[in-house]
Design a binder for this molecule. Sequence first.
Ligand code: FCB
Length: 465
Amino acid sequence: MSSSTPVSSAASSALPTAAAKDFPADFVWGVATSAFQIEGAHDADGKGPSIWDTFCRQPGVIADASNGDVACEHYQRWEEDLDLIKSLGVDAYRFSVSWPRVQPTGQGDWNEAGLAFYEKLVDGMLARGLKPYLTLNHWDLPQALQDIGGWGNRVTTERFVEYAVGIAKRLGGKVASIATHNEPWVVAQLGHESGVFAPGIKDRRIAAQVSHHLLLSHGLAITAMRALKLKASLGIVLNMAPMYPATDSDADRTAARLEDGKLRRWYMDPLFEGRYPQDVLDYLGHDAPYVEAGDMAKIQVPIDFVGINYYSRGMISANGPVDNKTSGLELTDMGWEVYPQGLTDLLVSIKRDYPGAKRLYVTENGGAFPDPVGADGRVHDADRTRYLDTHIAAVGDALAQGVPMGGYMVWSLLDNFEWASGYAKRFGIVHVDYATQRRTPKDSALAYKDFVVQQVSQRRTARQG
Ligand code: FCB
């Protein structure tokens, strides 16, 4: 088939709602994973322990009492996995570097075997025509740094800069993009306030200080990497959900506004306006972070993109979040509402509130559904396929409203270690049989592939026309 063959009509697409929308020719389609969730090889070739290795060993914290020791054996199977990504026809692969694999104690000596692993992974992507989208911190802090206070200790910001510069020097000439942190809200809130994620601390004051140190380390690392004059674009990845008031009452609206402040404005205001939102500072009171003079300017440095991870919405009343089960919306296996309109609303709100955010990506989006492998050896995950279809369409709607979207990445390539839920929740568009490590693309992977291939061919047609 010649590359200029007209594409089939939208109606026949595997993702019909998404196919009816317009995406620009340079729009990046990808899939995403993170190191701890797929690599395994937790102590191979000189890797040091991370806080997640330690956390998983505490009884009762992971739903199925599992850990990341073996995971998807991606450390051994990376070539097969890259072939799989290539076979999906996507442009990009978002992955993360395990800090303790390349710098076992989080400072000083580098582990050459770890660096070599990521170098061959990146080279493998380039050889397959895939753009590498690298994340530096997808939560697996070296345990040795936690032993001196982790993200609660300002010293960790300096360690992070050293790590970022080391990786940027080694890989920054090859990767398309480097994100400093993945979802600092999760690290601060779930790791240090509710304590359900590593390192399992339950202290609101520490959590607020952690969020400040994450933002500060982001700004410092961006400035240090910028000085290297890389071709990679530099940014950060944040998790967000639009917060809707349950009713029009003032009390509900105020509550929803505060939740939006805690999740979205707490991170976006410092990055783009150089200050924390006053309503959240008031809410934190004595627990507000200690901020040194000059810190806010160090955080508010220009970035090339903001990655947004979107899964669901929040519905907030003055009495707290409204129970998801009462909405009547479809729920994923995580109990999260399926609400694609929320993604459009969120992206439009960012364009409205932060004109300085010049490029946005959806760096994660997807759903956990329990679909098993059928008798025919396939996984008929119509629920996940529908989820992707409607959410990609929601990105199209945001584009139509002028939101500067650069790309979309599915979470996740593979079923993997879903943090405190262990292996019980499956987000992959590719099924993993953990007993055999066999990978089986689900129907959603095939549908995404068909859709992306169609987009790419439309792109070619447009260029030739
Ligand atoms: C996000 C994480 C990612 C994955 C998805 C389901 O919060 O960044 O690692 O666990 O949720």
